[in-house]
Design a protein around this ligand. Structure first.
Ligand code: ZN
Length: 441
């Protein structure tokens, strides 16, 4: 079946990467969290079928009905080198079509971009992985080292039913692996008018808590001082307004020094937040990597205008710097006071790896062969990825989904955002850089 780069320009054939990403977007793999999901099975079958077409024998794993992950091992030229895990996730966060300018699950191609939920996070990279593998195997060649290619379920709910499930129940799938690459890194930003790339070398820790306030149920006209909604609102405001102090880690120290060097400013005189702001569209991620954040994200209470409910609940998304989880939890408890119950729904560790060594050198080399001279900077992801689960097996993970992007596109802002879209030529660039890396490292 023919497919085209632009609905208005049927003369340009679509690159395979865009075709695969578009097809994956059309599987609505929405993960609502708290165990509710549309499931990943159809997308997993599609990926597996494509892998079989490359002569591989992928295995499918269901942690629960509908929650499917795919894993395949690709033999490399050097069987003695540590294997590299190349992974993506198949689920996406929900999208409200009312707020989008296109149908989020139609895989629309418009103005030279692919639009849809997952175009950024991360069906783009899923497609790049498949296309790069095809380029290597299709040429009758093999990757430089063994690859363990994985497409996980459930990343958007912490990976419990995807990466963590496989790492805990089938660790032999990852035997021999030493390093991993995946999402939220490798994309370009504009820094002082110059294109630079961010390589993700660490991740903050996460703690997802629920606050529970209990009070007296009563008629809405009564004099009730023990009101669950009022108590919850006070606690939520205290957490939401907390300004957590800046603390630099090895990664952020190195990043800020590099930014200062590129901008030719003195890092002793220009503050961390100001340096972070110079990264433009990426500053939302980078400012959040300089401190802990505690964001209220969901409220639940009440059922009728004139009834005081006895229960009110809030979800708080806490992201701490690596190693600060317990201290932050203790401070959150003291902020909300003893009358509010704190339930830890999910927590996971932070990670930090050196910005150096053979893999980092290879990543920089691959980028420079396709975008000569562009600086590559380390950064600490303010969010988390499936690299957390793999780290339980001693696998060191990086975020490297290479994309050369136009300066005006707010790419970081589209993670979990509205109108997710990725330029078609960025997908082609990513396919080439990834093929280069997997062929040479
Ligand atoms: Zn993601």
């Amino acid at each position: 079946m023919a497919s085209w780069a632009d609905d208005t320009d049927p003369a340009t054939p679509l690159d395979l990467t865009a075709e695969l990403a578009r097809d994956l977007i059309r599987f609505d793999t929405t993960n609502y969290g708290e165990g509710r999901s549309n499931g990943e099975t159809d997308a997993a079958e599609y990926v597996a079928e494509h892998l079989r077409g490359l002569g591989l024998a992928p295995e499918l794993f269901d942690s629960e009905p509908g929650r499917t992950s795919v894993v395949v091992r690709v033999p490399g030229r050097n069987r003695d080198a540590g294997a590299l895990v190349v992974h993506g996730h198949l689920d996406v966060v929900p999208a409200d079509p009312e707020t989008w300018s296109v149908d989020p699950f139609a895989g629309v191609i418009k103005d030279g971009l692919l639009w849809g939920r997952g175009a950024v996070d991360m069906k783009n990279m899923d497609a790049m992985i498949l296309a790069a593998l095809g380029d290597i195997l299709g040429a009758g060649e093999a990757p430089a080292r063994d690859l363990i290619v994985a497409f996980f379920a459930d990343e958007e709910a912490g990976g419990v039913l995807g990466s963590h499930y496989l790492v805990d129940t089938r660790p032999e799938l990852f035997a021999g692996a030493t390093e991993a690459i995946s999402e939220v890194g490798g994309y370009s930003i504009t820094l002082g008018g110059q294109r630079a790339y961010l390589l993700q070398t660490g991740e903050k820790a996460l703690i997802w808590i629920k606050l529970v306030a209990r009070g007296d149920a009563a008629h809405g006209s009564r004099l009730i001082r023990n009101n669950a909604v009022t108590k919850l609102a006070t606690a939520v405001a205290a957490i939401g307004r907390r300004e957590w102090p800046i603390r630099l880690t090895d990664t952020t120290t190195q990043l800020l020094a590099e930014i200062a060097r590129i901008l030719d400013v003195d890092p002793q005189r220009v503050g961390p937040d100001e340096l972070a702001l110079a990264t433009g569209t990426a500053s939302g991620f980078i400012q959040a990597s300089l401190r802990t954040t505690t964001n209220p994200t969901l409220l639940k209470a009440g059922y009728k205008h004139n009834v005081i409910p006895d229960l009110a609940e809030a979800l708080i998304d806490i992201r701490t710097l690596p190693g600060e989880e317990d201290a932050v939890l203790a401070e959150v408890a003291s902020l909300v006071g003893p009358d509010i119950e704190i339930v830890v729904m999910h927590r996971d560790i932070g990670l930090e790896s050196d910005f150096g060594g053979p893999l980092v050198d290879a990543v920089v080399g691959s980028l420079h062969r396709h975008d000569p001279g562009a600086p590559v900077l380390p950064y600490l992801l303010s969010a988390g990825t499936d690299n957390k689960a793999l780290s339980k097996l001693g696998i060191r993970g990086y975020g490297f989904a290479p994309l050369r992007l136009p300066a005006e596109l707010d790419f970081p802002g589209m993670f979990h955002g509205v109108d997710e879209r990725v330029p078609l030529d960025a997908l082609v660039f990513g396919r080439r850089v990834l093929t280069d890396l997997l062929s040479t490292y």
